[in-house]
Design a protein around this ligand. Sequence first.
Ligand SMILES: [Zn+2]
Length: 235
Amino acid sequence: MLEELRNLLVLQERDTRILSAQKNCEQGPLELDALQKKLEARKQALQAHKMEAQHVEAERKSLDLDAQSKRQQIAKSKTQQMQTRKNEEFAALEHTIAHLEAEISTTEDKELDLMERYENAQRAVADETVLFQEFEKTVLHQIETVKQRTENAQKEKASLQASREPFLAGISAAVLDRYQRLLKSKGGRAIVPVLQGSSCGGCHMEIPSQTVIDAKTGAKMVACENCGRFIYWQE
Ligand SMILES: [Zn+2]
């Protein structure tokens, strides 16, 4: 086998692994982004439950203040009733008191309802907090794994790139240039073996017999006429 061909095969083996490491390097940040978004969404959901609880409690407190103020109005009206001697005024105050008492009753019903909603919301917050903590632990672990994998892929890529360098010297500029263009256009397969004695290992088309002979003797670099890939004879 030609020395140049041997170098090219090593180069392709390294370049294929570089491409795969590169894919892992690019995949890492995308996966990290997706994981962080997932975590953020759960955090927001938990926050929404907390807000709901706060909102319900604030509403109940406001109703409670309202009821308190009405009770004060009732007390004031009762004092006025004791002071007046006019029947008409007494009756009007009586009416006001009855009206306020009815309103307080309605408010108290609402407050009971809100208290129940608050308890439910608090329970949801407690449950969601536990679930979130478990979820967060899992996701943080996944994030760590992806980070580690990406870091390893970067190291692997750098080491492969260094390891391909010595083989470049044994390849002519023209062959190297063509190899690199093929590598890009043929998805990492620029140099392929002859299969079943006469077909191209890349495009599977029949190779002319003279080209097969040239590949066999290994005296010069040969290529598939159909796809342009370099071909070699595999012993
Ligand atoms: Zn071909």
